[in-house]
Ligand binder design. Structure first.
Ligand SMILES: N[C@@H](CCC(=O)N[C@@H](CS)C(=O)NCC(=O)O)C(=O)O
Length: 114
């Protein structure tokens, strides 16, 4: 079995899978995942039991860890990867940088993407 993390994603759906993808490229870790790409039809794999057991909202992105546990919600996945993987801390090193990152993230999420 591969020790790569397994990402359930859907490049056709905007914006959350793309938000995570941008983060992964910026962090330099985009090649560290096995990806399963859903086509996101109304009865697609994201709504099937196998996925809903990982993510009860039936959403992407969802990350499956090497130990078989799961994490969902784009910001939570990005924060986990930023802390656990080597490289520049994209979401801030200091408390102030982390606060500013959260501020701008929320502003863009609420005022631009919505
Ligand atoms: N709060 C979630 C929202 C995730 C979300 O809305 N994902 C959409 C794609 S952008 C999705 O998977 N929708 C399910 C569907 O279209 O069936 C996050 O931050 O990741």
């Amino acid at each position: 079995m591969s020790d790569k993390l397994h990402l359930f994603t859907s490049p056709s759906a905007f914006p959350n899978p793309q938000r995570l993808r941008l983060f992964m490229h910026e962090k330099g870790i985009a090649d560290r995942f096995e990806e399963q790409v859903y086509n996101m039809s109304p009865v697609g794999e994201q709504r099937q039991w196998k996925h809903v057991k990982m993510n009860p909202w039936g959403e992407t992105p969802t990350l499956k860890m090497a130990d078989g546990t799961y994490i969902a919600e784009t910001d939570a996945i990005a924060r986990y990867l930023d802390q656990s993987m080597p490289g520049r801390k994209i979401m801030g090193e200091t408390a102030m940088e982390q606060g500013l990152d959260t501020m701008w993230g929320n502003r863009i999420w609420v005022h631009v993407l919505y």
